[in-house]
Design a protein around this ligand. Structure first.
Ligand SMILES: [Zn+2]
Length: 183
């Protein structure tokens, strides 16, 4: 995994593409939660599930199908009464991207097994060809004692800064579009 805060930062960065002042803040909070949720699979280690198993770490909960299902549950069941400023489909797209970004970032880390993007159809674990992000230790105590600083540095560089840049680009683009509409 990349660390939970960095996954949430990525989700918030993606959120700027959908952001409008009228959209309730809880949308972004839930998007951040969606982006962290795939790592719920680490519970499996306590129950004897192996890393490479279907329910193992970076298995099904890190797949694109899981992201699609979770996004549908949250967007259409959780927000069934409609949300000001954003359509149900856009909500689904946002929650899908927030959740799927988790697997994508994990596939860019330099350790562990790859990500089962196509589970349950294909349980093969994949990495991206480019893996600059230092892998975060699974246990929190290890995170603070061992490689924590190195991991945070690499996540800052490869997740926080790109998410911030994305947010800035989107804001600039929105401003330009608004001005050209006005003129
Ligand atoms: Zn993960």
């Amino acid at each position: 995994m990349a660390s939970a805060i960095s996954h949430a930062v990525a989700a918030l960065g993606l959120g700027t593409m959908f952001a409008r002042p009228t959209i309730p803040k809880r949308v972004w909070v839930i998007g951040a939660i969606c982006s962290v949720l795939p790592d719920i699979d680490v519970i499996g280690f306590r129950f004897g599930i192996h890393y490479g198993d279907f329910w193992g770490h970076r298995g099904f909960t890190h797949s694109l199908l899981f992201a699609a299902i979770l996004a549908a549950l949250v967007a259409f069941a959780g927000f069934s009464r409609g949300t000001p400023g954003i359509s149900g489909v856009s909500l689904w797209i946002y929650f899908f991207l927030a959740t799927a970004s988790h697997g994508l970032l994990d596939a860019m880390t330099n350790g562990g097994l790859g990500v089962a993007f196509f589970s349950p159809f294909d349980n093969t674990r994949y990495f991206l060809p480019w893996r600059p992000i230092a892998v975060s230790p699974i246990s929190v105590t290890r995170f603070f004692s061992e490689r924590g600083v190195a991991v945070l540095q690499s996540e800052l560089l490869w997740i926080w800064i790109p998410a911030g840049l994305l947010a800035v680009c989107v804001l600039v683009l929105k401003n330009v579009l608004k001005r050209s509409e006005e003129s």
